[in-house]
Every structure is written in C-alpha cells, then in structure tokens.
Ligand binder design. Structure first.
Ligand SMILES: [Ca+2]
Length: 242
C-alpha cells in the first residue's frame, strides 16, 4: 500500500483539531510526520508566538509524549531555523540548554511543551497546520457562518509563514483573487475574530484605513503580491477557514 494512503487511513481516526492545529496521536519520525501533514492537511505546524504556544498546549493537554512540530534547522546556516513550508523562525521557546545538537539534531520536538532540537530517528506525535479555502462566493458574514458551521472560524493570519502556507492552498486553484479572512473593523480598530494581537500586518498600498467605510478584511496572495485590504462586507468573495 502507498505510504501516504496508509498514513491517511491511520491518522483519520486518531487526531484532534483546535483552530489551525491538528494534533496527530501516532508516533513517527519528523520526516514521516511532515509527509502526513502535507498529504492530509496543509503542512507541519509553525508556532509563531505565545498565543500559538498556548493553543498547542491546550490541544495536547495531559500528553507526556514527545511531539514534533514544523521546526527544522537551516542547513545553509545551521545557527538558524526554518518552518516547514517556508519562512525563518523569529520567536523561540527553547528548553534551557537547547538547542544542544550537533550533526543530526536538525528537527524541532516538544518535550513538556518546551522546544528541543532532536534527531529525525526519534519517535513522536505531531502537530499539523490546517486551513481550508472555500471556493463559494459569500459576504463576509455569510463566510463567517459557513466557517463556524463546517470548520471553526474565519482564519487569522499571524505570520509570514502562515501567509505562505495559505498561499499553498490558494495556488491549488489559480482563479481565486481576494479572499475573506477573520479580520474586521470593530469599536474603532481592526481586530482578529479570535482576539489575537495584530503583531503581523501586511496592508496594501491604501495602508491601514483608520476610519474605514469598508470594514471587512480580505487577503490577496500570489507570486507578485502578498497583502490585505479593506473591503465592503457585502461583497461576495471566496474565503479561508480553519
Ligand atoms: Ca537537543
């Protein structure tokens, strides 16, 4: 049987999801975990900030297993780290004394939720990143309802890496241009639906509108452009859920 198919069948029954993360409770190497995440979801999970670290801990609460995530050493500059799917790592949560690997410890694993560099041969559970592009034209509010009914929410984008991962999903169909995301103007400011602090912003040429008449956030991402813009909430666009 094809390895990907085996993994799909295996993981179908033993995973749990919270927002963008899927916790896969089956022990594999980092490389096999990456193969599974890319086949069944979007990619392995980046952990961008404190908020993400908290989500991960909620989803795997009580687990004492080692858990792989999308961290891998940059082999062209081994003092640096990259996310599976692209993007340099800028926020870290290392255990004290880590990373301590030389040679083969090139992958990130959670031990009691602290980051360790580890050898691919180690066996661990894993975290995948999962977003869905819904190719139906809906207003922002209709899109929100659809996401909450079928998934969890309209997606938040918390890093350049997540933008790259979403682009991977969008590139599966070149026709999609602007897509709704979970950003809206509320009580005098732009806010994410999930309450996440806007640490990462890529507003387009119009810049961030301070007193907008268009109060819903849409994303455009392709080879030339990666940015978000304010749109009329009644426009009908495709959208991204997690
Ligand atoms: Ca280590």
């Amino acid at each position: 049987m094809d390895l990907n198919l085996q993994l799909l069948l295996l993981y179908g029954t033993i995973s749990a999801t919270l927002a963008k993360y899927v916790f896969v409770k089956s022990k594999t190497s980092w490389t096999d975990a990456q193969t599974n995440c890319q086949a069944k979801f979007t990619d392995m999970a980046p952990i961008n900030n404190e908020n993400d670290q908290t989500l991960i801990q909620e989803l795997a609460a009580g687990s004492t297993a080692y858990i792989w995530f999308g961290l891998q050493r940059n082999m062209t500059d081994t003092t640096k780290w990259l996310w599976s799917g692209g993007g340099e790592v800028t926020w870290f949560n290392w255990e004290s004394g880590q990373p301590d690997g030389t040679g083969s410890q090139n992958f990130g694993i959670l031990v009691n939720f602290k980051w360790h560099d580890a050898d691919d041969k180690l066996s661990g559970f894993s975290f995948c990143f999962s977003v869905h592009v819904v190719r139906q034209e809906k207003t922002w509010e209709e899109a929100l309802k659809h996401c909450r009914k079928h998934y969890q929410d309209l997606a938040t984008i918390s890093s350049e890496t997540e933008l790259m991962l979403i682009q991977k999903e969008l590139d599966k169909d070149v026709s999609t241009e602007h897509v709704w995301m979970g950003l809206h103007f509320l009580s005098g400011e732009w806010a994410w639906l999930d309450g996440q602090v806007r640490e990462y912003e890529v507003w387009g040429s119009e810049n961030k509108p301070e007193c907008p008449t268009k109060t819903c956030g849409a994303l455009v991402v392709n080879k030339e452009i990666k940015q978000w813009n304010a749109h009329d909430c009644q426009e009908k666009l495709h959208f991204i859920c997690y």
